[in-house]
Design a protein around this ligand. Structure first.
Ligand SMILES: O=C(O)CCC(=O)C(=O)O
Ligand SMILES: [Fe+2]
Length: 221
């Protein structure tokens, strides 16, 4: 369902991202969603800064084993730095199912927020994912990330003080169905944690089942 990654970014990556954000221009986030009145934020608007920051963030995501195991990514949208100043928010919305990238369209199965400044830097600004009637708020430490299903209603609460600086991305998973993806993730976790304690022949049989399910369920290897 959710994956919190406490240690996605190194101190050096954070330093570089903040440096890029401090020097680059940001514009009204509605440029990419002109009709979305819920969206009130600023996003990075500089090709070179976008390239450098997204490359750093993409590398961190793809190098992180927990992220790869949980998301099973086949395509990741280059993460975009966004900032929220006092009064800014992103009202409840659904993420678009298809994200058009210069490299072609991807399906957004999972959304990801990467926290670039610390929660002490701002008040409000919780990313709140709605599970039915229950709001689940997230406000991560700098360098951490939260991965959540793109098909849930979610919002960013108004920032009332300071500045919220995050990067956002969307991920197409090898396994479109969240139910199946979760089964595979759990099996993989159990195999990783308990595999060494199992009798080798049973471990092999279990691995076979994992690979079979992957074959049946993978919609894009
Ligand atoms: O800033 C965030 O944490 C999430 C932003 C968001 O929901 C979006 O860009 O679609
Ligand atoms: Fe969103």
């Amino acid at each position: 369902m959710f994956k919190e990654i406490p240690d996605l970014l190194s101190a050096e990556a954070l330093r570089q991202l903040r440096e890029i954000a401090a020097a680059a221009p940001f514009i009204d986030g509605r440029i990419t969603n002109p009709h979305n009145t819920a969206k009130q934020n600023l996003q990075l608007h500089d090709q070179s800064a976008y390239q450098r920051s997204s490359q750093l963030l993409m590398q961190a995501l793809m190098a992180h084993e927990d992220f790869r195991n949980f998301a099973m990514p086949v395509a990741v949208a280059p993460p975009m730095l966004t900032r929220y100043q006092p009064g800014m928010r992103y009202g409840a919305h659904a993420d678009a199912a298809v994200i058009r990238l210069p490299t072609g369209p991807i399906r957004s199965d999972l959304s990801c927020t990467i926290f670039v400044n610390d929660p002490g830097n701002y008040e409000g600004g919780e990313l709140t994912v709605h599970l039915g009637t229950r709001p689940v708020p997230f406000k991560g430490l700098a360098g951490s990330a939260i991965v959540y299903p793109s098909d849930t209603l979610h919002e960013v609460a108004p920032v009332t003080r300071g500045e919220r600086l995050v990067a956002i991305s969307f991920i197409q998973s090898r396994i479109a169905d969240p139910f199946r993806r979760e089964i595979l993730y759990e099996m993989n976790e159990v195999a990783a944690l308990e595999g060494l304690g199992m009798r080798p022949e049973n471990y092999t049989r279990m691995r076979l089942l994992q690979e079979r399910l992957l074959r049946y369920w993978t919609d894009k290897p």
